[in-house]
Design a protein. Sequence first.
Length: 103
Amino acid sequence: MGDGTEKPLRVEVAYALRDRQVLLVVDLEKGRTVEEAIRRSGILEAFPGFDISRSPVGIFGRVVTLDTRVRDGDRVEIYRPLIADPKEIRRWRAQRAARKRTI
């Protein structure tokens, strides 16, 4: 833009609960971070028990830190803590399948 103003960055912020998914669009100035995108999205107000400092975050499935700068078109994702270890779940399923085969 020739008048010295820059076009804002458009970033999506995604947060999924077990029964609900929230996807919000935020316009930010260049140089803003993942944390700023989350704070500007309103998710912290919508989910009062949510602690940004304890939740892993990512951009398009790649884990990043809160101070990572966002780019236009990024999707910032807030990940919930795992309820169970994926390796344990696979092991449990394999054992269950093995038991079914022997019956």
